[in-house]
Design a protein around this ligand. Sequence first.
Ligand code: SF4
Length: 207
Amino acid sequence: MGIETLPSSLQVQPALKQIRMELEDCKRCKLHMSRKTLVFGEGNDRAVLMFVGEGPGYDEDVQGRPFVGKAGQLLTKIIESIQLKREEVYIANIVKCRPPQNRNPEPDEIAACLPFLQKQIQAIQPKIICALGTFAAQSLLQTVEKISSLRGRPFDLRGIRVIPTYHPAFLLRNPEKKREVWEDMKKIAGWMKELGLSVQSEGTNKR
Ligand code: SF4
């Protein structure tokens, strides 16, 4: 009798668990000194669409979950604007520990943490990544271009379509930019349709 292979949907969860175990009580960069909780990421292990932000803020650090503060509530609305539920996508950050006083993550911190996000992406295999804000876009795309020029443009990341847009925290301070994010979300919805991926499903987005 041949060796049975598990369906890929059952293999992904252990892969993410393995990455979380590798991180353990991570002290690879100085952000470990001030964090309360390491915020790994959450959502659908087989998500077609993944959102990547900058790093945890106060609420995320306390709760151990990404995007749960005011900016998180806005992200949930943004996701729902294309008829998806928050639990249907996967949400993670460039750095998994909160930078003190919500300062920007520093290059050495991004360099230490980014490989784990890359492993998460490899495990989940999304078709589309929406990069939220400067640090997510610049780190994923390895560029120093400003978010204002990256926003709304499609990029290819080893076969994954990446679209940078503004960070929800930026939108809270600049609500007039919401229209541009809405345009970007419409592009994502269009790509999902183009790829034969439903955004009108009853529970899950389908590959
Ligand atoms: S930010 Fe990333 S690399 Fe730095 S301590 Fe936290 S988990 Fe480790």
